[in-house]
Design a protein around this ligand. Structure first.
Ligand code: KIV
Ligand code: NA
Length: 275
C-alpha cells in the first residue's frame, strides 16, 4: 500500500508506530521498500555518509536532487521525503518555495524536510501553500552545528525544553504534516508527542514518539567514523561487505574466480580459425 502524509497521520491516530530510514540510492531504496518501511528520507546526512564531509553544510541542491531521483525510482510504497540543504530555504521565502518545488518536480519526492522552529515557520507555511507537504525538524538541527558549538543533546534545561515544545506547536500551526525530534530527552519528546496532533518522528528522542528514523549506515553498522549513543546496530553489513570483498580478492588471486559457470562459450571450430 502506498504511504502518504495521510497514512502517517492515521498511524499516529491509531497508535501504530511509523518507521522511517534514510536512503540515498536506487538499490537501497528498493530493499527498504520491499521490507515494508513507511517512509524514506533522502537526508542531507548524505554529505557525511555518502560523500565523506564532516558535516551537512556543503550539501547542494544538485546533490539532493541527484540522490532523490535515484531513491524515488527505487521505492514505490514508501513516502519519499527529501531534505532541503543548508541555505536553500533560510535565505528567503522565495528560495524555500522554489527549492522545495525542485525537489518535487526534478527529484520526484513527495514531501520535503527543513530544520528549525519559529524562524522558518513563514517558509513552512509558504511551501505548504504551494501544495508541498513539509516535515519539520527540531531539537538538534545539524545545519546549526556552528551555532550550537557541536552535535549535542538539546532541551535539557527548563528554558530550552520550553523553547523546543513551543517550536513543535509553531511548526504544527505553520502546516507541517510531521516533525522530526532529534537528540532531545525522552520525557520531553513524550510531552511534545502528547501536545501536538501531527506525528513526531524521533531520532535519539526515546520510545514515546509516534515513529522512529535512523541513518541506514548507522543502523546497519557500515559507517566506521563514529556511533552516536542513540544508534542500535541491527546488522553488521560493513563487516559482511569486507568479508565478501576479501573473498573476491583471494579467489581472483588464486584463479578460483571466475569458474566455468561464469564464462561465455564460443564454438571450438570458430576459435580454431583465429589461431
Ligand atoms: O539528514 C538526515 O539523515 C536527517 C535524519 C537523521 C533525521 O535529517
Ligand atoms: Na538532515
Amino acid at each position: 500500500m502506498k504511504n502518504t502524509v495521510k497514512t502517517f497521520q492515521q498511524q499516529k491516530d491509531e497508535h501504530k508506530k511509523i518507521t522511517m530510514l534514510t536512503a540515498y540510492d536506487y538499490s537501497t531504496a528498493k530493499i527498504m521498500d520491499k521490507a515494508g518501511i513507511n517512509g524514506i528520507l533522502i537526508g542531507d546526512s548524505l554529505g557525511m555518509v555518502m560523500l565523506g564531509y564532516e558535516d551537512t553544510l556543503s550539501v547542494t541542491m544538485e546533490d539532493m536532487i541527484h540522490h532523490t531521483k535515484a531513491v524515488a525510482r527505487g521505492a514505490k510504497e514508501a513516502l519519499i521525503v527529501a531534505d532541503m540543504p543548508f541555505m536553500s530555504y533560510q535565505t528567503s521565502i522565495y528560495d524555500a518555495v522554489y527549492n522545495a518545488g525542485r525537489l518535487i518536480k526534478e527529484g520526484r519526492a513527495q514531501a520535503v524536510k527543513l530544520e528549525g522552529g519559529a524562524s522558518v515557520c513563514p517558509q513552512i507555511k509558504a511551501i505548504v501553500d504551494a501544495s508541498i507537504p513539509v516535515m519539520a525538524h527540531i531539537g538538534l538541527t545539524p545545519q546549526s552545528v556552528n551555532a550550537f558549538g557541536g552535535f549535542k543533546v538539546q532541551g535539557k534545561s527548563e528554558e530550552t525544553a520550553k523553547r523546543i515544545l513551543e517550536e513543535a506547536k509553531q511548526v504544527e500551526k505553520a502546516g507541517a504534516f510531521a516533525v522530526v525530534l532529534e537528540c532531545v530527552p525522552e520525557k520531553l519528546a513524550e510531552l511534545i508527542t502528547k501536545s501536538i496532533n501531527i506525528p513526531t518522528i524521533g531520532i535519539g528522542a526515546g520510545p514515546n514518539c509516534d515513529g522512529q528514523i535512523l541513518v541506514y549506515q548507522d543502523m546497519l553498522d557500515m559507517y566506521g567514523d563514529f556511533k552516536p549513543k542513540f544508534v542500535k546496530q541491527f546488522a553488521h553489513v560493513g563487516a559482511e561487505m569486507e568479508k565478501g570483498i576479501k573473498e573476491y580478492i583471494k579467489e581472483t588471486q588464486d584463479n578460483v574466480f571466475p569458474s566455468q559457470e561464469h564464462v561465455f562459450k564460443i564454438d571450438d571450430e570458430v576459435i580454431k580459425k583465429l589461431y
